[in-house]
Design a protein around this ligand. Structure first.
Ligand SMILES: Cc1cc2nc3c(=O)[nH]c(=O)nc-3n(C[C@H](O)[C@H](O)[C@H](O)COP(=O)(O)OP(=O)(O)OC[C@H]3O[C@@H](n4cnc5c(N)ncnc54)[C@H](O)[C@@H]3O)c2cc1C
Length: 398
């Protein structure tokens, strides 16, 4: 365990993947930070995520890779795009060997709970406060005052808002701007391997593209389940919550007429979750004085590049570097953190946004042009700016 240096009292609001990664990287840097999580236990919803080399190398640097590998599934194939009606393969990319050669790490798929469980091991248990819902953060001359739902309060020298897309801390650093309606929602379900079609158990990330919709699946949890997430028109649905549900019939109705392998997966899954994707413009700044944001609180993005959690882990690594490098001047550290991160996360917000329309083209000349372009594409090498980034080695402004 690293020796703690005499440093600022750091409060992290939110014990999701980003907040716990921040706690872990700060602890590794010898800085004491306390994570305040509103839930009674650290938990994640039943859903999967893709973890690309830019995030995987940070898990390795955090010293938690062995634990991650217990349940994560390495992908042999990625971006396996298929046509909605008949499953014909539009393009597919081999990842095994290629990913390591290009970026030094593989790409994995994992249950969110397994990733959370992995990251939490980097944070000392006594540094996590549960049942601690922060209700407000007020800047003070050399820090901030945090208030909690149970009436308690605490002072900190530095506050990190890692409290997700509905961030309370965000109100202390940025003008409140209401999110816009995106018109798209996500259905998600998990299918136990014993009832999943053999096809869906391959170590592949498969994306079916169709008019107004796309459907994604890959194995998780050591291959014992298949994660399904699908995007469809939201209608007047605007509930942006991991806990909201739909019915299997509603899910089926969205994908009626699609290839049998898609509809079989829907039928094999449990009650689907349903999540409206709201649209938020990138913030011009996310730091004010001794208060900053991280992860979805700072830069929520559409999940079409599968980079939201990865960016929160990158934020955590860079923030810890900046705070450790300027212990006597945390304000300067937070400025350096924001300026190191904001251009990259803004670009990811923008490209993720643009992908929505491309994935959902109606059948016709534009869709044919897209499919032709996909056939000649190489997303793994073509997105080196995403996967090649090393948050621990990236240059910081002086
Ligand atoms: C359908 C879908 C698929 C996705 N797929 C991927 C993928 O494949 N790969 C990827 O990298 N990303 C993916 N993402 C994005 C990823 O889920 C998020 O970017 C990531 O979870 C953000 O982590 P976070 O820690 O910033 O926020 P969150 O995970 O939202 O965590 C915030 C935490 O703060 C707590 N909290 C909130 N308010 C308070 C408060 N007031 N006081 C105390 N605690 C509070 C919450 O309980 C929670 O624990 C996907 C997202 C969606 C919607």
């Amino acid at each position: 365990m690293p020796a703690l240096v005499h440093g600022p009292r750091i409060a992290i609001v939110g014990g999701g993947i980003g907040g716990l990664a921040a706690g872990g990287f700060l602890h590794r840097a010898g800085l004491a930070a306390t994570v305040y999580e509103q839930a009674p236990a650290l938990a994640e919803v039943g859903a999967g995520l893709v973890l690309a080399p830019n995030a995987v190398r940070l898990l390795r640097q955090l010293g938690v890779m062995e634990r991650f590998l217990r349940r994560a599934v390495p992908l042999d194939w990625g971006w396996e795009f298929r046509r909605w009606a008949d499953g014909s393969v539009l393009s597919v990319e081999r990842l095994t060997g290629v990913c390591e050669r290009l970026y030094g790490e593989r790409t994995y798929v994992a249950h969110r709970a397994d990733l959370l469980d992995t990251v939490r091991t980097a944070v000392p248990q006594d540094r996590i406060r549960l049942n601690a819902r922060c209700t407000s953060v007020h800047a003070r001359p050399n820090g901030a005052l945090l208030r909690f739902a149970d009436g308690s309060r605490t002072e900190a020298d530095v506050v990190i808002g890692a409290d997700g897309v509905h961030s309370v801390v965000r109100g202390a650093v940025a003008e409140p701007t209401p999110p816009e309606y995106s018109g798209v929602c996500a259905f998600r379900t998990i299918v136990p391997a014993r009832v999943a079609p053999e096809f869906a158990l391959r170590r592949a990330q498969t994306l079916w593209l169709g008019p107004g919709r796309h459907f994604v699946h890959y194995p998780i949890s050591g291959g014992s389940a298949v994660n399904v997430v699908a995007f469809a028109p939201a209608g007047d649905y605007t509930d942006e919550s991991w806990s909201a549900t739909a019915t299997t019939e509603e899910f089926h109705a969205e994908f009626a007429g699609w290839d049998r392998r898609v509809t079989d997966l829907i039928a094999a899954g449990g009650v689907p979750g349903r999540w409206a994707l709201l649209d938020r413009a990138p913030l011009p700044h996310w730091t004010r004085g001794r208060i900053t944001l991280l992860g979805d609180a700072a830069h929520p993005m559409f999940p079409f590049f599968a980079q939201g959690a990865a960016q929160s882990i990158e934020d955590a690594a860079v923030l810890a570097r900046c705070l450790a490098a300027s212990v006597p001047d945390p304000e300067r550290a937070l400025e350096r953190y924001e300026s190191a991160r904001i251009a990259r996360t803004t670009r990811l917000q923008q490209v993720s946004h643009a992908r929505r329309d491309v994935n959902h083209l109606p059948d016709g000349p534009e869709q044919q042009a897209r499919d032709t372009a996909l056939a000649g594409s190489d997303p793994l090498a073509g997105n080196a700016w995403i996967y090649g980034y090393d948050a621990e080695g990236a240059r910081l402004t002086p």
